[in-house]
Design a protein around this ligand. Structure first.
Ligand code: SF4
Length: 68
């Protein structure tokens, strides 16, 4: 789901400690030294925690995200 990344979203994300990244999702396997991180549903890497800081214009959220 694509969402416009504007000043209001950034402000509210910080205020409410917004969780949206793969690292916060129950379906995320962080991997090990021998295996890369992956999504248990087989999706390509989704948004990461630093995405709000580096994304420009819009951000794509995963609709299968479930809070860990
Ligand atoms: S379901 Fe979506 S948010 Fe969760 S790990 Fe997979 S790609 Fe990331």
């Amino acid at each position: 789901m694509k969402t416009k990344l504007d000043a209001r979203l950034l402000q509210e994300a910080e205020h409410f400690a917004f969780r949206f990244a793969c690292e916060d999702c129950v379906h995320f396997d962080p991997g090990s030294p021998d295996a890369p991180a992956r999504c248990a549903h087989g999706y390509p890497p989704g948004p990461r925690r630093d995405q709000l800081e580096i994304a420009r214009g819009e951000i794509t959220f995963c609709k299968e995200f479930e809070l860990r």
